[in-house]
Design a protein around this ligand. Structure first.
Ligand code: MN
Length: 441
């Protein structure tokens, strides 16, 4: 059901809410992404909402009215909480029932009485604040872009840039859920150990090579009790949806500490996600075949499936923007650093889920995966600054004349994502924004 197109994907469908029909809107009636919100600065309880146009549809308020019945009402009630884990646990049948009921209520042919009721449940987007939409028990960050791996590998191992396992395993490390933050997150430049070039002993100090990583976040919907394997063919049924994710990275700390057990302090100080989760059903029009070049190793049998071959990839447009403190002050605005698509990723999100569980690992609803840095094959498609600037050797110019090799204090990094093509409605992810504050040490 996350693959087949249905009436909720009809590009001609329009909402009675004019803002949802505007060209370039991230949140038309075909999208209906989920977040957890409240009015900014209020004492209201956080609760689940769905974006439509320039509004949030308050699902707690809607569940208390008479417009939903049956399975859809069960779904909306499960969203009337400060995290969406309970909704995730209800599974794909309920997710779809609520989506289809909300689509009917927001469509331009809804009954006048229903429209009046739903209007009472709308809150303007500009008046709300967000929190993490789920209680994230565990967070795993993958490394699944071959262009990213090649770009990084050439910097450290020019003769042999790709490790032998990369083409066989969706590589990952277990990260920290405790420092996840929602868009708007601010964090202090991390302190740590790093080995200066040519030095024999490390120094302790503030990170001098602070970077971002453009990624998608993947929320697990229903887990796997007792660590039962999730077969690749079933993996989509366990994924609730996708968000934007910035895996902030301290490169100097990372390269000193990483061998032999992987990133530690380099990655555990901040990870920023967008508030909105776009469901797999909303993304169905943007699925593509997952392919592997014929002269590359083909997946082992447990990572191979006809459905994954037919529609395992997603064509999601992604951009990274940087707004320096100076650009904020002089009004020149953010500069675009790169743009690419998720379609180039070497492993699919379904393969990440299948591989994660094949050894017996239990996933819980609300667990979060990072896709790994998303870099495309062309120039200007790199998803991290270390690639764009060749580890700081070739600084990039910002729109106002400033240059960057790595991030400076006061820099804000914005991730944006959307899907668009002829014959389908635009589906947007909104924005993930995070800002670097000076080190505390
Ligand atoms: Mn990462």
């Amino acid at each position: 059901m996350t693959v087949e197109l249905n009436h909720t994907h009809d590009a001609g469908a329009r909402s009675w809410l004019d803002a949802a029909n505007a060209a370039g809107c991230d949140f038309p009636i075909q999208n209906l992404p989920y977040a957890v919100f409240r009015r900014t600065g209020s004492n209201e309880l956080f609760r689940g909402g769905v974006a439509i146009g320039d509004q949030v549809l308050d699902l707690a308020a809607l569940a208390a009215r008479q417009e939903l019945q049956g399975t859809a009402l069960d779904g909306a009630r499960a969203c009337a909480h400060e995290v969406l884990n309970g909704f995730f646990a209800l599974g794909p049948t309920v997710w779809q029932a609520l989506r289809h009921a909300l689509f009917a209520l927001l469509k331009d042919d809804a009954a006048e009485r229903s429209i009046a009721e739903v209007r009472e449940c709308l809150v303007p987007l500009v008046e709300v604040e967000f929190r993490l939409p789920a209680r994230v028990g565990d967070y795993t960050d993958f490394y699944t872009s071959i262009d990213h791996a090649l770009n990084i590998g050439r910097l450290v191992r020019p003769d042999d840039p790709i490790t032998p396992n990369f083409q066989w395993i969706p590589i990952a490390y277990h990260g920290r859920a405790s420092t996840l933050g929602v868009s708007g997150q601010r964090f202090h430049r991390p302190m740590g150990q790093m080995l200066p070039p040519g030095a024999k002993a490390p120094v302790y100090g503030p990170c001098a090579r602070l970077d971002y990583e453009l990624e998608l976040g993947i929320y697990i919907g229903q887990g796997n009790a007792g660590g039962e394997q999730i077969p690749l063919a079933d993996a989509d049924q366990h994924i609730f949806g996708l968000c934007l994710l910035n895996d902030w990275s301290a490169r100097d700390i990372q390269f000193w500490e990483m061998a032999p057990l992987g990133p530690f302090l380099a990655k555990n100080f901040a990870t920023t996600v967008s508030p909105w989760i776009v469901t797999l059903e909303a993304l169905a029009p943007y699925r593509l075949p997952w392919t592997r070049p014929a002269d590359h190793p083909q997946p082992l049998a447990y990572l191979e499936d006809p459905g994954n071959r037919a529609h395992g990839a997603f064509d999601i447009q992604l951009e990274v923007w940087l707004e320096s403190a100076k650009a904020r002050a002089d009004g020149s605005g953010p500069s675009r650093l790169s743009s690419t698509s998720f379609r180039h990723q070497y492993w699919s999100i379904a393969q990440m889920v299948a591989h994660h569980t094949v050894g017996g690992c239990t996933l819980h609803g609300g667990d979060l995966f990072g896709s790994g840095t998303i870099s495309g094959p062309g120039p200007g498609e790199a998803g991290a600054m270390i690639e764009l600037t060749r580890a700081g050797q070739s600084p990039i110019a910002l729109g106002n004349g400033e240059q960057r090799g790595f991030l400076e204090d006061g820099d804000a990094v914005l991730l944006r994502g959307w899907c668009e093509k002829p014959g389908a409605a635009r589906v947007g992810f909104g924005e993930s924004r995070g800002m670097v504050l000076p080190a505390l040490g």
